[in-house]
Write a protein that binds this ligand. Structure first.
Ligand SMILES: [Ca+2]
Length: 383
């Protein structure tokens, strides 16, 4: 057998063979180190690139956000139409913007939603308590809980779940420490109901700042109601001019879709058994709201006809148009507005592999021509 290695000192020896193996092993080790080095340097370059892209995506999102703010201060109807056309034009795909793309662009008016902070000053057994339970119940019944391994099809929350959720939320927000007793009959949940909970947290017992706080309230996450449903139906803010209305929330006659108008009106129907518990004035308003629920589709047809252009209403023209359908013109403001004041804005800025999601609530004060006169950004987040 030929020697594996022939050194200048002569024939290969077993000792030299060992040395060769060691050199080989060492070079393999070195190669591994080199590979590791090259790999980690590559990672570093990638991290730098990502850092740069994150910075660019944040700038992109900030500019898009500022553009939306300018748009929201303009004529609302035109702006919402333009946004609908823009997002619709890309059929759900990301919209090219600057050096990147915008996706998940949504502007949701919050004015029609149920302001949960109203529960702060509601006393169990009062007429206000009855109407809030009624609206809460009707609102939850429009929710579909998706199927899972135990449930074969999507269903709305059952009556017990609705009642217990309402009672838990009432106690979570009301300032006292007394278990809820009132409409719906659900069992309340003050601090002692959370005593075994880990991690422990103090019950707010006050108006909430962020809707996500209700995730801690008993039953909210356990109910399997998708979080999106909570976000799309409840808020913590309310227009100043609608705060004294019987129900939280007013819907915009000029921007809401047919379906949104119809669902909104139907959720305001009160059962006769609830009605008898109201005082005289509340009953009159409630009877009018029940009439809106009865004629929900006719009203939706009037304001958002299937075919043809929508009329843009001011307050007087809206009252006259609804008067034509048999509604009391002085109670139109219990139900409708002609422009929105609160919005939730979401967008994702994408550059390369990096995505930054922006969200904020925006408060726009508008004049009689529906043009913004002041804008306030609340709860701005980018992550
Ligand atoms: Ca409480």
């Amino acid at each position: 057998m030929a020697p594996l290695f022939k050194g200048r000192w002569g024939k290969a020896t077993p000792r030299k063979g060992m040395a060769l193996l060691m050199v080989l092993a060492l070079s393999l080790l070195l190669m591994a180190f080199m590979a590791e080095y090259v790999f980690s340097t590559g990672l570093e370059l990638r991290a730098m690139q990502t850092y740069k892209e994150t910075h660019q995506a944040r700038n992109l999102g900030d500019s898009a956000f500022r553009a939306l703010q300018i748009g929201l201060m303009a004529d609302e109807v035109e702006f919402m139409k333009g946004m609908g056309a823009l997002v619709g034009g890309f059929e759900g795909a990301a919209v090219p913007f600057g050096d990147g793309f915008l996706s998940g662009l949504t502007i949701t008016p919050l004015d029609p939603l149920f302001n949960l902070n109203r529960l702060y000053s509601t006393r169990g057994g009062s007429p206000a308590n009855s109407v809030q339970w009624n609206l809460f119940y009707n609102t939850l019944k429009q929710v579909q809980i998706p199927p899972d391994e135990l449930h074969s099809e999507a269903v709305p929350p059952d009556d017990t779940t609705a009642a217990w959720l309402f009672a838990a939320l009432a106690d979570f927000i009301d300032p006292d420490d007394l278990d809820y007793q009132g409409a719906g009959g659900g069992m309340g949940a003050e601090a002692q109901a959370y005593s075994g909970q880990q991690p422990q947290f103090p019950l707010p017992n006050g108006r909430l700042d962020k809707l996500t706080e209700i995730r801690l309230a008993r039953g909210v996450m356990e109910s399997r109601i998708p979080w999106k449903e909570w976000e799309n139906r409840f808020t913590l803010m309310e227009r100043a001019d609608a705060a004294a209305n019987l129900y939280p929330g007013v819907i915009c006659a000029n921007t809401a879709s047919r379906e949104e108008i119809s669902d909104f009106l139907k959720a305001r129907r009160m059962s006769d058994s609830m009605l008898v518990r109201l005082d005289g004035i509340s009953q009159d308003i409630q009877k009018e709201l029940n009439l809106y629920a009865d004629k929900a589709d006719a009203v939706a047809d009037l304001l958002a006809p299937k075919d043809g252009e929508r009329t843009v209403y001011n307050d007087a023209a809206l009252a006259a148009a609804l008067g034509g359908l048999g509604f009391k013109t002085n109670l139109v403001k219990q139900v409708f507005s002609t422009a929105n004041n609160f919005y939730r804005v979401r967008l994702t800025a994408e550059i390369g592999e990096v995505k930054v999601t922006f969200s904020a609530d925006i408060h726009v004060t508008r004049n009689a021509e529906r043009i913004g006169t002041a804008l306030e950004v609340l709860d701005y987040n980018a992550e």
